[in-house]
Design a protein around this ligand. Structure first.
Ligand SMILES: Cc1cc2nc3c(=O)[nH]c(=O)nc-3n(C[C@H](O)[C@H](O)[C@H](O)COP(=O)(O)OP(=O)(O)OC[C@H]3O[C@@H](n4cnc5c(N)ncnc54)[C@H](O)[C@@H]3O)c2cc1C
Length: 508
């Protein structure tokens, strides 16, 4: 018996879980809990309100989502076929450094290590010697993306040059339906009702149950708040305060309009900066998801809608969906017998597609720390500690995108360059600048290659490289690195145009 199973069988075991909200967060939680608590005497109920609806965005992911699929017992192929999904090799950042400049953040590695020295030191040594080749040219994922190509990574790459990872873009509504069907088939009870009241036990401070507009009262042992920005249980009823990061990240609004696609199906998300924010482009099989993320201090909602409309590549497929948000998170993600997931827990703009991954890791952490009805505060405390770190690490990565800009003369971007950086980020930058050292903190979602892509993309250079890289002469390195580019070229030749890949794969 695993520890989790023992706890479930114990006298004080959780017997009923109520998930409030049926958006991406609610159904991800329901589907995964139903799967992992299969054959346990636990009733899972999802309460969703068809009169309120979901946020209706959230279509780009990071590679970790594929672990979620695997844990759920579904394949990428099944998910992509059900959600009109496409493959994602990374994000193209256009005009972020300055207008006319672009770079790519790939899900893949750069070059090959040698003699224990990371590749970027060798590249840095050549750059210092005047070699013009970009770091991007040593990454298979980036080169494929540049040519609109895709293939599945090999299971056992013979060397680092062949290693890359991938994520998916999907239709959020279809994804929720896909998960709901699995959850319901796995025994989850689905209730369409609007919650009007959250009942808190005066003695214990725990949530006893919720009341709904149709007069139904639903009680439970464990509550998962997935009610979106409303945060009905965790925020409104239990009073978990909000850690507001608006002072660090300037944007507080978004407007989304899907449109018809013009041009080839790209295997990546695009993020294009403009004077008051940035625009996302997420290619799906049947449409393109577009949105502006902007600072309301610098751009009105009407102007944002007009701007987005004027930038659509094809006919709009829906009315504008305007969304206001406050960057930050609930101080306690878990309080008593209630855990917040998704927008109910916090929100950071979708610049690196991190919200769905935070839902996923939230579910994993909850399962790892799964409580019984005594709700030992140590469990909540660990969940809150690790989740706070995870949010802060992502915030810092996003912040770097804004802070490193060179868009001079635009008030929003000028202010961003002056932002005082949190110490953990400032330390990371100091280390890199000193000699190209990379540091990875606990609960950091983005690994070394992601940071390198930002440093190279924004021209943040190290003052020197690892001296161990001097083992090789410039000439030797030039030929070795040319061979690496050749190997990448050969690998790329095996990839297909993205739309052809989707057809061959059987999802398009
Ligand atoms: C502009 C924008 C772009 C985004 N892009 C991305 C992206 O590319 N990648 C990514 O990973 N994430 C992205 N996200 C985040 C992503 O959309 C969310 O993390 C995800 O959709 C989860 O939302 P949710 O389920 O928490 O909330 P919602 O979708 O808002 O669902 C809330 C649910 O709660 C229910 N509910 C609310 N009140 C009540 C009530 N009183 N009674 C009963 N039910 C109720 C609703 O009916 C609904 O079912 C984006 C977010 C925004 C705002």
């Amino acid at each position: 018996m695993t520890g989790q199973t023992e706890r479930l069988h114990g006298e004080r075991a959780i017997r009923s879980i109520v998930i409030a909200g049926g958006g991406t967060a609610g159904w991800m939680a329901a589907a995964m809990l139903a799967r992992r608590l299969e054959k346990q005497p636990v009733q899972i109920t999802v309460i969703e309100s068809s009169t309120i609806g979901t946020v209706g965005v959230g279509e780009a992911t990071v590679p970790g989502i594929r672990d979620f699929f695997r844990e759920l017992g579904v394949t990428e192929r099944e998910v992509m076929a059900a959600t009109k999904g496409t493959a994602k090799l990374g994000i193209e950042f256009v005009d972020w450094k300055r207008t006319g400049h672009s770079f790519f953040h790939p899900f893949g590695l750069y070059g090959m290590r040698s003699r224990g020295v990371a590749f970027h030191h060798y590249w840095q040594k050549l750059r210092s010697a005047g070699d013009p080749v970009e770091l991007a040219d040593y990454c298979l994922a980036t080169v494929m993306a540049k040519h609109n190509l895709f293939m599945l990574p090999t299971d056992r790459p013979v060397h680092d040059l062949l290693f890359f990872d991938w994520a998916v873009h999907f239709d959020a509504g279809l994804f929720a339906q896909f998960l709901a069907a699995r959850a319901v088939a796995g025994g989850v009870r689905r209730v369409d009702a609007t919650i009007t009241n959250v009942r808190i036990n005066g003695e214990t401070g725990l949530v006893d149950g919720v009341d709904t507009a149709c007069g139904k009262a639903i009680d439970g042992d464990l509550f998962i708040d997935c009610t979106g920005f409303r945060s009905l249980l965790l925020g409104a009823a239990l009073g978990s305060g909000y850690e507001d990061w608006s002072n660090l990240l300037p944007c507080d609004r978004a407007v989304a309009i899907p449109c018809e696609r013009a041009g080839p199906l790209t295997p990546f998300t695009r993020s294009t900066a403009f004077a008051q924010g940035w625009q996302w482009r997420i290619p799906l099989q049947h449409r393109v998801g577009n949105g502006l993320v902007y600072a309301s201090r610098h751009l009105s909602d009407d102007a944002a809608i007009d701007t987005l409309r004027s930038r659509l590549e094809g006919a709009p497929l829906a009315e504008p969906n305007l969304i206001r948000f406050r960057t930050g998170h609930r101080r306690d993600f878990w309080r008593g017998n209630c855990i917040g997931l998704g927008l109910a827990a916090g929100f950071m703009e979708p610049l690196e597609s991190t919200s769905i991954t935070l839902i996923q890791t939230g579910i994993e952490k909850l399962l790892a720390l799964f409580p019984d009805r005594d709700f030992d505060p140590a469990l909540a405390s660990e969940y809150n500690r690790s989740t706070t770190l995870e949010y802060e690490r992502i915030r810092d990565f996003l912040l770097l995108h804004y802070w490193a800009n060179d868009r001079r003369g635009e008030p929003m971007w000028d202010q961003c360059r002056d932002t005082a950086l949190p110490e953990a980020l400032a330390h990371k930058l100091r280390l890199f600048r000193a000699n190209g050292s990379l540091v990875r903190y606990e609960w950091e979602s983005f690994h070394d290659p992601s940071w390198l892509s930002m440093y190279a993309g924004f021209d943040i250079a190290a003052r020197s490289h690892d001296r161990a890289a001097d083992y090789f002469s410039v000439q030797d390195l030039q030929s070795a690195l040319a061979r690496m580019r050749e190997s990448i070229g050969k690998a790329v030749a095996l990839a297909e145009p993205h739309d052809a890949f989707l057809r061959t794969y059987g999802v398009g």
